[in-house]
Design a protein around this ligand. Structure first.
Ligand SMILES: *[C@@H]1O[C@H](CO)[C@@H](O)[C@H](O)[C@H]1NC(C)=O
Ligand SMILES: *[C@@H]1O[C@H](CO)[C@@H](O)[C@H](O)[C@H]1NC(C)=O
Ligand SMILES: *[C@@H]1O[C@H](CO)[C@@H](O)[C@H](O)[C@H]1NC(C)=O
Ligand SMILES: *[C@@H]1O[C@H](CO)[C@@H](O)[C@H](O)[C@H]1NC(C)=O
Ligand SMILES: *[C@@H]1O[C@H](CO)[C@@H](O)[C@H](O)[C@H]1NC(C)=O
Length: 617
């Protein structure tokens, strides 16, 4: 009786608090409407820039105006929203919308600090973009940029001294020049956190996860710990290959491998090179599948045909078929640079339309990219039922994970065989599967720790555990997590932290980590649900899983993505994958055959696994 009363009292209390507030309702309706209009201006400007090229002045100007409008508007919103928050008005949805209001960020700093932030960010950016290195042994030839010139030289070079020269020169020229601005920037970042209402800067860093800094780091640490056994085996294998190439002196046993040599090696996986390039591919004679020619042979010879093939795929998952207008109105972008030529879907907030721009190239990459683009489209449409404030993804890169999950499933040899793009049965056999997992693994397994260190270092600085220019701490993290060491000992006389941050000093990588991990988690979930994956059944391995024509997927996917960010991401994940947290189990399951092979090979060849900490500090 007593218990019952208490429950009743709590419910009554919650209900009394949680009724919608009419003044707040008006405020939110106006905000949703106004923000939507400004976002659309910005999207239209970005679309113009995509079509006319990044130097189109009109598009750039329009983008700038939209940004300034947004800023002006967010300033007025922030003041009023703070009042509603203080009074704790409104029901759950209203409170959620208040919580998802755009924040001022750096703009909340005072005018002098703000101009410092911009000046430092741009000077650091410039020191990367504008730095020119002198060519190896040609002190008078100093016109080389990192990308593309130095990158191309290093990738082709067989001269270790040359590779090492560029590694040091790049750090020499960019590192020390950015140390001062980097240190000052981190201080202002802490200040920014404070003025945005986050006393602890690490909480601000992870704000998009709606978790504290401690919780977020614990999540990332769990993922890294889960990855570790696979990483160590793969690392040992690659170190063995490097030792074979460069000898025991440069690649000693039981130590981290030299970063400059490992980068060139692992970088090959990102350049989509031919099978012959890989040292110690599991089965060199089997090679790597390449569907580019068969796309043409099998009638998928135009982007239009690829578009409809992929549209059929998603319809087969039980999603609504795309309307033909979408294709008729689609516009092609220029294909002068295939690294930047992709299919894209453009989402509007008030305009009743969606646009598609496509890359006219017709190769393997663009084929799989179409799965990602159309997945985005379903995402945008499903979430469009939410008010503007709740329409975004629950964390950045969340929808990338969904798109990548379907393009991964589409790259399964079983599906490609169904389309007639892979004809020989060998592509379904273990040797070919191991080759595919090996190349995918080089891209995924070695990247996650690099991303982790980039964020971890800055978070440790923000939480005051290390000084912003503690280069030795940076190398301790790098050695421990990535198993790579500098070619020669680095000290606090140098500064190497920003050398890997080619973009911006406050770019965050944790959402990339979560997105990559989530992609495999979703794949495992959908493949299990449709019985295309069965544990310990080699014919139903996860890397073979083909989801095409699994009609039951659509409805549940649709339900999850229509949530937008109306609930925190754990709620969306619960709906989508039946569990509330990102976990690495799917990734490990996917790479299980490769992991087993690596363990066996490392034993067979007597390769050392792991490394002793060599006590630099
Ligand atoms: C933003 O506000 C400033 C100051 O009130 C004003 O001068 C400027 O024109 C506004 N910008 C836009 C694009 O509305
Ligand atoms: C400068 O060095 C680069 C890289 O070695 C080379 O490709 C280029 O031809 C050189 N330029 C001159 C003017 O020597
Ligand atoms: C795949 O095949 C196409 C067309 O034959 C070719 O241009 C491309 O270089 C090949 N890619 C790889 C990674 O072998
Ligand atoms: C966008 O879509 C609309 C109709 O849906 C169409 O009229 C317009 O031409 C498209 N614009 C671009 C740039 O694709
Ligand atoms: C996450 O988003 C950024 C910015 O759009 C993009 O550059 C990056 O490739 C995305 N990462 C993943 C894993 O999709």
């Amino acid at each position: 009786m007593w218990k019952l009363l208490l429950v009743w009292a709590i419910c009554g209390f919650v209900q009394a608090v949680a009724s919608p507030d009419p003044t707040l309702a008006d405020f939110l309706a106006a905000a949703n409407q106004q923000l939507a209009a400004i976002y659309d201006q910005s999207v239209l400007a970005q679309l113009q820039s995509e079509l006319r090229g990044p130097n189109d002045v009109v598009a750039l100007l329009e983008l700038e105006i939209a940004d300034e409008k947004l800023l002006n508007y967010v300033k007025t919103l922030t003041r009023r929203a703070a009042k509603f928050k203080r009074l704790q008005l409104g029901d759950a949805s209203q409170k959620r919308q208040l919580a998802r209001m755009p924040q001022l960020g750096y703009e909340a700093l005072n005018a002098m600090e703000l101009s410092q932030v911009y000046a430092m960010a741009s000077s650091m950016g410039d020191s990367y973009r504008n730095v020119k290195l002198c060519a190896y042994k040609q002190p008078g030839n100093c016109t080389l940029r990192l990308i593309p010139e130095v990158q191309a030289i290093v990738q082709q070079s067989r001269d270790l001294d040359e590779i090492e020269y560029y590694w040091f020169e790049w750090r020499q020229r960019t590192g020390l020049a950015t140390r001062g601005p980097f240190v000052a920037f981190m201080e202002l970042y802490k200040k920014t956190a404070q003025v945005n209402g986050y006393p602890r800067a690490e909480d601000y860093w992870f704000r998009s996860l709606e978790k504290s800094g401690t919780q977020s780091l614990a999540l990332l640490d769990r993922l890294m710990a889960g990855l570790r056994p696979l990483f160590l085996q793969f690392h040992a294998h690659v170190r063995g290959s490097l030792r074979k190439m460069h000898g025991e002196r440069l690649v000693p046993r039981g130590k981290p491998y030299p970063q400059h040599l490992a980068e060139v090696f692992i970088g090959n996986a990102f350049r989509r090179v031919r099978a012959e390039w890989y040292v110690d591919l599991p089965s060199p004679e089997t090679g790597l599948a390449n569907i580019t020619q068969d796309l043409h042979r099998r009638g998928l010879s135009t982007t239009q045909r690829v578009f409809w093939n992929v549209a059929e795929y998603f319809r087969g998952l039980g999603l609504p078929l795309l309307e033909s207008d979408l294709w008729t109105n689609a516009q092609s972008v220029a294909a002068d640079d295939d690294d930047r030529c992709w299919h894209k879907v453009w989402r509007y907030y008030t305009l009743p339309r969606t646009n598609l721009t496509y890359c006219p190239l017709n190769d393997e990459e663009r084929f799989f990219n179409m799965f990602e683009a159309q997945s985005d489209l379903y995402y945008y449409r499903a979430a469009s039922g939410q008010p503007t404030l709740l329409r975004d993804e629950p964390f950045p890169n969340f929808s990338d994970a969904i798109g990548k999950c379907f393009s991964l499933a589409a790259s399964s040899p079983r599906y490609l065989q169904k389309l007639g793009l892979l004809q020989e049965g060998k592509w379904l056999e273990l040797p070919a599967r191991l080759n595919r997992l090996y190349v995918q693994g080089l891209r995924v397994v070695f990247l996650l720790p690099v991303f982790y260190v980039l964020d971890r270092y800055r978070v440790e600085v923000l939480s005051g555990h290390i000084r912003a220019d503690d280069n030795e701490a940076y190398w301790r993290l790098t050695e421990h997590y990535t198993g790579a060491a500098a070619p020669r000992k680095r000290t606090n006389e140098q500064f190497d932290v920003p050398a890997k941050m080619l973009m911006e000093v406050d770019d965050q990588y944790f959402s990339n980590i979560l997105s990559i991990v989530l992609q495999f988690q979703l794949l495992k979930h959908y493949c299990t649900k449709t019985q295309q994956f069965e544990k310990d059944n080699p014919r139903k391995a996860l890397d073979l899983c083909d989801l095409s024509d699994q009609r039951q997927i659509g409805a549940s996917l649709q339900r999850a993505i229509s949530l937008g960010s109306s609930v925190p991401y754990s709620g969306v994940l619960q709906e989508m994958a039946g569990e509330p947290e990102v976990n690495i189990d799917g990734l490990l399951t996917y790479f299980k055959p490769l992991h087993d092979w690596l363990v066996q090979q490392n034993q067979l060849k007597g390769l050392d696994v792991g490394w002793a900490y060599d006590g630099w500090s």
